[in-house]
Design a protein around this ligand. Structure first.
Ligand SMILES: Cc1cc2nc3c(=O)[nH]c(=O)nc-3n(C[C@H](O)[C@H](O)[C@H](O)COP(=O)(O)OP(=O)(O)OC[C@H]3O[C@@H](n4cnc5c(N)ncnc54)[C@H](O)[C@@H]3O)c2cc1C
Length: 385
C-alpha cells in the first residue's frame, strides 16, 4: 500500500490550492452578499483556469481534457471545495456524461464544453420526482419524426449560465405493473422553442450558486438531440453519474479542512480564564474528534476514487464516502461555531456561511438516506436478500 502522493499529484494539489486562495477567496464575500457572480469575475476565473490547463480536467486527453484519473480529479475537487461553489463553478468541469456524445454531437457539444466555449447543466430532478427519479413526469412523445417534450424540472444548478442542458426525460413505462419510467437523455440548447429557463428558489446553502426551474412546453427535438440510446437514459446515468458523489465527498473534506484550520487557530489564540480555550479539555477534545473525522472522510473518499481507477467495484465505497463526508462536514462546521462562541455566528467570519453551505451536502446527489439504502443493498444482495 502507498499512502503518499506522487510529485505530480502534489503539484496538482498545490496548483489548485493556490488558485483557490488567490482567485476564489477574494471574491467570496461579494458573491455571498450579491447572491450572484458578477460576469467579469466569472469570465476571469474561466480564462485563468483555461490558461492553467485545468479547464475540463475531468476529461480524457483524447477529448481535449487534462486526462486526470479519478484519484487525481478527487484531489482537484478537494482543493476546489475549500472555496465558494458559486465561484469554482467557472473552474469548469463539464458533466463527464458528455463522453456519450456521438457523431456531430462531438463537435456541437463535447468539444465546445471541454474548450470552455459552451457551458452545460444537468437536469433530472422534478417537483414530484427527487430520490425516486424513475417516477419522473417530464415526458417525450413521438410526433412526425420528432420528440415533443413536456414537463418541469427544478433545482437545476448552474442552468442560468448554461448554453445547453442535459435533460432526462420519460419515454415510456418499464413495465405496466411497476411505476418505473424508461428514460432517454436529451441535449437541449438554450433558446430552443418551447424550452424556458427561469429563476428557481433561494437556498440558504451556497448563495450565488443558483438553482433554476426548466419548463418544457411542447418542445420539439429531433433524434439528433438524443444522448446515448433511446430508453437508455438510466444506463447513461449509471455509467457516468456515480462520480459526482465522489465530488460531493471530497469537496466536503476540503471545506472541513479550511474550517478546521480556523478552529485550531482560534482555540490556540482565544484566552478565557487565563489560558487558551484549546487547553480546556472540552474544547481540545472537539479538535481531536474533528481532525480524526476529517482524516477518516479523506481516506474513505480517496480510496473510493482509487478503486474506480483500478476498475474495482466501488458503488458501496462511494456511497459510504458521500454519506460520511457530508455528515462529517455538518459536525465540523457546527463545532467550529461553538468554539468561536458568538463570533462564530457573525458574518464577519465565514463560519456561519460554511455551516449553512454544509446543509445541502446531505441532500443533493442522493440524500444520506439514499446512500444508506445503496450501502445496505450492496451488503444484502450477495446474500440473496
Ligand atoms: C441546491 C440544490 C441543487 C441541486 N442541483 C441539482 C441539479 O443540478 N440537477 C438535478 O437533477 N438535481 C439537482 N438537485 C436535486 C437533488 O439531487 C435532490 O434534491 C435530491 O436527490 C433529493 O430529492 P428531493 O429534494 O426531491 O427529496 P425527496 O426525494 O422528496 O426526499 C425527501 C426525504 O425523503 C427521504 N427518502 C426518499 N426516499 C427514501 C427512501 N427510499 N428511503 C429512505 N428515505 C427516503 C429523503 O432521504 C429525504 O429525507 C439539487 C438540489 C438542491 C437542494
Amino acid at each position: 500500500m502507498q499512502f503518499g502522493l506522487s510529485q505530480e499529484q502534489e503539484m496538482i494539489v498545490s496548483t489548485v490550492r493556490a488558485f483557490v486562495e488567490n482567485e476564489i477567496y477574494p471574491h467570496e464575500k461579494l458573491v455571498e452578499s450579491l447572491g450572484t457572480v458578477p460576469a467579469e469575475i466569472s469570465a476571469e476565473i474561466k480564462r485563468k483556469t483555461i490558461e492553467l490547463g485545468f479547464y475540463a480536467c475531468n476529461f480524457p486527453e483524447s477529448a481535449g481534457g487534462a486526462g486526470l484519473n479519478h484519484l487525481e480529479f478527487a484531489l482537484v475537487e478537494r482543493e476546489l471545495g475549500r472555496g465558494s461553489m458559486a465561484l469554482n463553478h467557472f473552474f469548469g468541469r463539464p458533466q463527464n456524461i458528455l463522453m456519450a456524445c456521438k457523431g456531430d454531437q462531438i463537435e456541437r457539444y463535447l468539444k465546445p464544453a471541454v474548450r470552455g466555449d459552451r457551458m452545460d447543466a444537468l437536469a433530472m430532478t422534478e417537483p414530484d420526482a427527487g430520490s425516486d427519479i424513475r417516477s419522473m413526469k417530464t415526458n417525450a412523445r413521438r410526433n412526425a419524426g420528432d420528440w415533443v417534450v413536456n414537463g418541469t424540472k427544478h433545482f437545476i444548478s448552474g442552468a442560468e449560465h448554461a448554453d445547453f442542458v442535459i435533460v432526462f426525460v420519460a419515454t415510456g413505462e418499464e413495465d405496466a405493473t411497476i411505476p418505473k419510467k424508461k428514460i432517454t437523455t436529451f441535449l437541449v440548447d438554450r433558446g430552443t422553442r418551447g424550452f424556458t429557463i427561469r429563476d428557481g428558489y433561494k437556498s440558504v446553502s451556497h448563495r450565488g450558486y443558483k438553482n433554476m426551474i426548466l419548463e418544457f412546453d411542447n418542445c420539439r427535438l429531433p433524434d439528433a438531440q438524443v444522448l446515448g440510446e433511446v430508453d437508455g437514459g438510466f444506463a447513461v446515468m449509471n455509467d457516468w453519474l456515480y462520480a459526482t458523489r465522489i465530488t460531493v465527498a471530497t469537496m466536503a473534506v476540503g471545506r472541513a479542512r479550511r474550517v478546521f484550520d480556523m478552529m485550531v487557530a482560534y482555540a490556540a489564540s482565544r484566552h478565557q480564564f487565563g489560558q487558551p480555550i484549546g487547553k480546556f479539555q472540552g474544547v481540545g477534545f472537539q479538535l481531536a474528534d474533528s481532525i480524526t473525522e476529517i482524516d477518516a472522510a479523506d481516506w474513505l473518499t480517496l480510496a473510493s476514487a482509487w478503486r474506480l481507477d483500478q476498475g474495482m467495484p466501488a458503488n458501496r465505497e462511494i456511497a459510504s464516502a458521500k454519506l460520511y463526508a457530508s455528515e462529517m462536514l455538518a459536525r465540523i462546521t457546527d463545532r467550529a461555531i461553538q468554539i468561536h462562541g458568538g463570533m462564530g455566528l457573525m458574518d464577519d467570519l465565514p463560519l456561519e456561511r460554511f455551516w449553512r453551505d454544509a446543509r445541502v451536502e446531505r441532500i443533493w446527489d442522493g440524500t444520506s438516506e439514499i446512500q444508506r439504502h445503496i450501502i445496505a443493498r450492496e451488503l444484502l444482495r450477495p446474500l440473496g436478500a
